[in-house]
Write a protein that binds this ligand. Sequence first.
Ligand code: BEZ
Ligand code: FE2
Length: 409
Amino acid sequence: MKFLKADWVLTCDDEFSIIKDGGVVFEDKIVDINCASVLEEKYSNLDVEYCGKNSVLMPGLINSHVHLEFSGNKTTLKYGNFLDWLTSVIENREELIEKATEDLIDSELKAMLKTGTTSIGAISSYGFDMSSCIKTDMNVVYFTEVIGSKPDMIDTLFVDFKAKLESTKQNCSTNFIPAIAIHSPYSVHPFLIREVLKIAKENDMPVSAHFQESKSENDWLNYNKGSFISFFKNFLQQTTAVTKPNEFLSQFKGIENLSFTHCVEANAKELEQIKDMNATIIHCPKSNRLLNNTSLNLNYLDDISLAMGTDGLSSNNSLSLFDEMQSALFIHRTNDINDLSKRLLTASTNGGAKALGLNKGQVAKGKDADLISFSLPDTCSEEDIATAVILHTKQVDKTYIQGKHIELS
Ligand code: BEZ
Ligand code: FE2
């Protein structure tokens, strides 16, 4: 058993409980959590490891939505307009995929570990990131993605999807968990969605989809209008959307660990549907900003569960969730800074665990001992600590995953 003590323990539980001068006792799971002085008496046989002056101990971060296969992008893709970006992705896809070698993806995963991430939801379009995701120390919920709206391609795409999914199932382990992603309502034919969700239900797999990311998407889905008209005409010879947003959402009923990424254009009715399914919204604020999409209105979400993601380097310059949270503080400028910081930290831990179906994301008895520690540059009040953590943390000092110490080389 291991005993860590820190000046601050952020539990990231639903109340955002904070323990000053706290301690955590753990094996692969968390055994006890309390004031360090109480634990020191109770576990007097254990050596206590102090994390240092102004130290913070909290759950490892969960990046619920990342595309590692697009790690090769730095300056290739066009930002500032969703459709221009999407077109540039399609035009540069082959070149970018070739650049995202196994070595590059391995090094991005290591960088994520150094910046406090211990679990990811990896959206895989091709399966080229699979061996990196199997060998990393992080927990990976690996989403095999289905895409394709053309009716004459459905059979081939479904066969290909099943083969990719099967190879993920062959490699299933406690830290490599097969899951299913549906690209979006505009890019996947309802037949494919139905068949793929049948598989998800049979295998009790987490499911995720992009949803209502841009005005173009909303205009196309609801009215067959807007800038998607020429895109679909030129690339896919289509003049109408394959589904309506509410029909799309209603197909997901009964999925236990369900998430929708972006949702920035979702209307009240769609948000209600998401809430009724007990699904999570995954917020990727930097991606939304770079593609000039709307910023998610956090005040509209009611009590829908929230998680955080960086999206891929195709629409971000960093896969660090601390960077993501810091940007979110500046994007959501009307929200109270300390309340927002607590909400972002909870979304990046507890919320991610719900989205991905993991027994993690909180420092609480019985949860997996996925822990990170780091030190603030100075003393801080309890009231301001969440904001201070987001503003001042770039890298972590210590990381444990399921109780195992991870070298951050
Ligand atoms: C499709 O394969 O149907 C598709 C792919 C990307 C964007 C839109 C549609
Ligand atoms: Fe994405």
